[in-house]
Design a binder for this molecule. Structure first.
Ligand SMILES: Cc1cc2nc3c(=O)[nH]c(=O)nc-3n(C[C@H](O)[C@H](O)[C@H](O)COP(=O)(O)OP(=O)(O)OC[C@H]3O[C@@H](n4cnc5c(N)ncnc54)[C@H](O)[C@@H]3O)c2cc1C
Length: 455
């Protein structure tokens, strides 16, 4: 029997594959599309996302890219009656530094020359126009960044924060969405345009006149041909590239999160997504510290830990859950059938988060029973920028390495991928976000020198 033919086959039905298929399907050419995945859509990495978004980056390319993605998410929010539950209380980046010069330099660099007017300083005695994030509505939230160093404002607007915090950078074009709702919106629109979802794993991929994909579902194998293939296989993006004989410069790094019912009301429901930028030594008792230090497997928990632990309310103003995460792992590993969740992670992340919000100490050793501990892989390049654009083989494209920002960047990734595939005019950020950036030695050198972590 002749195999089924599609114009475009998208491999992977996570948020990135769905976004690529959605924006490809919106084209006037109305391509015949199939998305292939052995798992239910949105059930792998995309189900573990913290679902936060922001336009704060130390490099203008990433700022413009995520700003574009936010524009697209806002358009979907408007079109769907905010089905994706987009909120905008911002990101509050807290540090105990009274003069965080390097942070402010990065802030100015990230927002570029036009961004200077968006950065508002609130120092002691300055006539402050700071607007706290009372409403969660994205439509009415301010843009830009408030740099708050006035103690009165800090204590009034961030009452649960550690009193040693001297500076808060409140990034205003930032908040959270429901990634699951965004994914199902895209899937519905795709189906309405006759896009197909095929259940199965692509196990062979070759190209003669067009691509032939062998798809394995349980014990049955089927074939499919396609003119174009988009590799959006998340943590397996490298394995799918290998089926074409290509290597991608990506690794997978496992990260964990917890969400739990804040039964004691430790965190205010209006608190923005809050990040403690400062490194710390975890708050163990002397006895706990001694026990941990004795065992080589746990001694690291008594040493200096990195910053960027984060916490936010989950489930809206009337909910009572909170999410807490800390992407401290930096060791790449190979994803297997089971996630390597560390049973000690909930207590570790709780202790770490209590440094910025000491009210969380009430849960030491007695986290609520309604708790979810989950995780997934940050698929990332060394410089932590994504890969969106052509692969070496003609007709093959990659949309991957979305690390810890794939939910927020999915729309821009999908729209950009569609432009590459349809041969449309490309924005200035297209080349630096594609594999072509590796030919730009000076860009690569500057990225590797300044590579920063992600949230
Ligand atoms: C703990 C954690 C917190 C995060 N928090 C945030 C956040 O706050 N904000 C944010 O923007 N991002 C966040 N992220 C990142 C975000 O979740 C990811 O970047 C995003 O989900 C990646 O989507 P994806 O579609 O590339 O991958 P996935 O969701 O993993 O989808 C890939 C799909 O490809 C399929 N596949 C693989 N191989 C094949 C094959 N051979 N054939 C067919 N199908 C295949 C898989 O089954 C899978 O369904 C977080 C990630 C983690 C792990």
């Amino acid at each position: 029997m002749k195999p089924q033919h599609v114009d475009i086959a998208v491999i992977g039905a996570g948020i990135v594959g769905l976004a690529c298929a959605y924006y490809l399907a919106l084209s006037k050419r109305a391509p015949k599309l199939a998305v292939i995945d052995p798992l239910p859509p949105m059930s792998l990495t995309s189900a573990a996302s913290g679902e936060n978004y922001r336009n704060w980056w130390p490099h203008p390319v990433m700022t413009v890219f995520t700003d574009f993605s936010t524009d697209l998410m806002e358009a979907i929010s408007n079109e769907s009656g905010n089905r994706l539950h987009m909120t905008r209380r911002g990101y509050a980046l807290a540090t105990r530094q009274a003069n965080p010069d390097e942070l402010l330099r990065q802030l100015h660099e990230g927002y570029g020359p036009e961004g200077a007017g968006k950065i508002r300083m609130h120092r002691k005695g300055s006539k402050s126009s700071y607007q706290p994030a009372i409403s969660a509505e994205w439509q009415t939230a301010p843009d830009g960044v408030d740099v708050i160093q006035d103690r009165d404002i800090l204590e009034r607007c961030f009452p649960t924060f550690d009193h040693d915090v001297a500076t808060v950078l409140h990034i205003r074009r930032a908040g959270d969405i429901s990634g699951q709702q965004l994914g199902s919106f895209m899937l519905e629109r795709l189906r309405a345009k006759n896009g197909k979802v095929i259940r199965g794993r692509v196990v062979e991929l070759s190209r003669t006149r067009n691509f032939t994909l062998t798809v394995l579902e349980e014990d049955s194998r089927t074939s499919l041909t396609a003119d174009v293939v988009v590799n959006a296989a998340g943590p397996s993006v490298g394995d799918v590239a290998a089926l074409l004989g290509e290597a991608l410069p990506v690794v997978n790094v496992f990260q964990q999160k917890i969400a739990f019912e804040d039964v004691r009301g430790a965190i205010g429901r209006q608190m923005p997504f809050s990040i403690d930028l400062d490194g710390q030594a975890i708050d163990w008792t002397e006895q706990e510290r001694a026990v941990l230090a004795e065992d080589p497997a746990s001694a690291w928990l008594t040493k200096a830990m990195p910053g960027a632990i984060h916490c936010r309310p989950e489930g809206g103003d009337r909910g009572n859950w909170i999410k807490v995460g800390w992407a401290f792992n930096t060791t790449p590993s190979t994803p297997g059938a089971d996630l390597p969740l560390d049973p000690n992670f909930p207590e570790i992340v709780l202790r770490g988060a209590s440094r910025l919000n000491p009210s969380l100490k009430t849960y030491y050793g007695r986290l609520p029973s309604r708790l979810s501990h989950y995780g997934g892989y940050y698929t990332m390049t060394r410089e932590n920028w994504p890969l969106v654009g052509p692969m070496k083989m003609d007709g093959a494209y990659v949309a991957g390495a979305l690390s810890g920002f794939g939910t927020m960047a999915a729309c821009a990734t999908g729209a950009l991928c569609a432009k590459w595939v349809h041969g449309e005019a490309l924005p200035a950020f297209a080349r630096p976000l594609s594999l072509a950036r590796y030919d730009d030695k000076s860009l690569m050198q500057s990225l590797l020198e300044g590579a920063t972590g992600v949230l």
